[in-house]
Ligand binder design. Structure first.
Ligand SMILES: Cc1cc2nc3c(=O)[nH]c(=O)nc-3n(C[C@H](O)[C@H](O)[C@H](O)COP(=O)(O)OP(=O)(O)OC[C@H]3O[C@@H](n4cnc5c(N)ncnc54)[C@H](O)[C@@H]3O)c2cc1C
Length: 453
């Protein structure tokens, strides 16, 4: 159920184990890389983190070459960006990781083209999943309804040995499970009320056309507004501003630009004043972290959840697509494990484990934000120690290349949290003050070996 990134990648893996895989997708896919109604977040920046790059390349060999050939910008961190966090500018030392910042529509289209070339996989486009078949012990299929005809079609059954919910953060599966007598999952939630507004611009003053490819200011409990400009595949920039509940960014032309004044430096506001807007501003408000605990005992067999339908993250951390791909890798590994029978629960636990690091990062950071509400806002005493340590990491990451490398490796989901406790990192974090950082936004990358300017 759901033919976006998580659904397509799960279908790709399942095609290695099934006679037939059917993807049920509400939308009719566009001809090319265009936004579509079922993925409204597609108009907002979508960075592909390193953990997601590795997973996609392993699922679809050659994918990153295709992405580059299609023009998706590959941006070196921190070298190619002007970055601000926790009151400091990052030194622009040599890149230790890269992110892709091209449009969400382009990335999805490339995945779709590769996955749907497999003859085992078919798609029911313009078709809604509207319920589940089965009972409390076993899910046996999906009720689907055609959306393409003029008259409202009757739902019809689509039987299946395994149903995977990949219908995104708005999933109705918990209600559908209840309707067949099965228990819905417990939901863990943390909601800061973060809201986005994004708009495409073409720069006119050259500031983001050379060695500097983008800006970004991260939010924190003292500076809750975030914003930046990230390069797209066609040479334009996607600009985002965000704020919390009660001070959401507006989408009106002038107000969007004025809102950028809330950022900790006038740099983005000035750039917007000279840049040419190429699209309206689009808003987005549903940004809560939600984790559905399908892995706990008592769920019916034959039903799995993946992607945002399993675990949705505050998008400000840029993790969801990476986790969708990492979950597909986890699915592949769980199904290939010859030592254990891949029971529904075992596979569901593997899917949850694939999202754990991302959850710890976004839930851990959002618990500290003012006004956060939800069922999982209290992380306990271990979380308080982790929070203390992490805030020291954040103070040191902008100026200390060793701490910065480890910080980026964890944040981009390519190394586990233990990388932050490796001896050279821990020494810098626990002893001594933060290393000096630039006093103004650094306009160029540092030459190797030069001190912070
Ligand atoms: C504002 C915003 C910014 C984001 N930025 C980033 C980022 O920078 N980096 C990143 O990695 N991730 C980002 N994400 C997260 C990312 O969009 C998702 O994690 C990613 O798309 C994987 O989602 P998915 O496939 O699980 O669900 P989705 O992409 O939401 O897709 C769900 C699919 O299910 C279909 N569907 C829904 N209901 C039904 C139904 N009943 N029947 C049939 N089909 C149905 C929809 O049409 C859609 O195709 C962002 C999210 C938001 C909201």
């Amino acid at each position: 159920m759901g033919g976006s990134l998580a659904g397509l990648l799960a279908a790709h893996v399942l095609a290695g184990h099934a006679d037939r895989v059917t993807v049920v997708e509400r939308d009719r896919y566009p001809e090319g890389p265009q936004p579509r109604p079922g993925v409204p977040q597609g108009r907002h920046p979508h960075v592909l983190l390193k953990g997601g790059q590795t997973a996609l390349e392993s699922l679809l060999p050659g994918f990153l070459t295709e992405l580059r050939e299609a023009g998706a910008p590959r941006v070196g961190m921190p070298e190619d960006m002007v970055l601000w966090q926790s009151g400091r500018w990052f030194r622009r030392v040599s890149a230790t990781t890269h992110i892709y910042t091209g449009s969400r529509a382009q990335l999805e289209e490339l995945v779709r083209r590769r996955v749907l070339a497999d003859p085992v996989i078919s798609v029911l486009e313009a078709t809604d999943a509207v319920g589940l078949l089965g009972d409390a012990t076993r899910v046996r299929g999906v009720l689907v309804r055609d959306r393409s005809g003029e008259a409202r079609a009757e739902p019809r059954p689509l039987e299946a040995d395994l149903v995977v919910d990949a219908s995104g953060s708005g999933t109705k599966a918990p209600q559908w499970l209840t309707a067949i007598g099965a228990e819905p999952p417990h939901e863990e939630t943390i909601d800061t009320g973060l809201a986005y507004a994004s708009r495409v611009y073409r720069g006119t003053n050259g500031a983001l056309d050379g060695e500097t490819r983008g800006y970004y200011a991260y939010p924190d409990p003292e500076q809750v507004h975030a914003g930046g400009a990230l390069p797209l595949e066609d040479g334009t920039h996607l600009v985002i501003v965000s704020g919390l509940r009660g001070d959401e960014p507006p989408t009106g032309d002038d107000q969007f630009v004025t809102y950028a004044k809330r950022l900790p430096h006038p740099l983005l506001h000035r750039w917007l004043g000279e840049a040419e807007p190429l699209s309206p501003a689009f808003g987005y408000r549903r940004t809560a972290n939600v984790r559905r605990r399908y892995d706990l005992l008592g769920r019916p067999a034959g039903f799995l959840a993946t992607g945002d339908a399993l675990c949705t993250f505050n998008p400000i951390y840029g993790q969801g697509m990476a986790v969708a791909a990492m979950s597909a890798v986890a699915l592949r590994e769980a199904l290939a494990d010859r030592r254990r029978t891949p029971t529904t629960r075992r596979v569901q636990r593997a899917l949850l484990a694939a999202s754990r690091l991302a959850w710890d990062i976004s839930a851990g950071a959002d618990r500290k934000m003012p006004g956060a509400v939800g069922t999982a806002t209290d992380g306990g005493s271990a979380d308080r120690f982790a929070g203390w340590y992490l805030s020291r990491v954040q103070e040191r990451a902008p100026g200390d290349p060793v701490v910065g490398r480890a910080f980026r490796a964890v944040l981009t989901l390519s190394e586990p949290v233990t990388a932050l406790f490796a001896p050279p990192v821990a020494r810098a974090v626990l002893f001594g003050p933060p290393a000096p950082t630039p006093t103004e936004p650094p306009a160029t990358p540092e030459k190797p070996g030069s001190p912070a300017s």
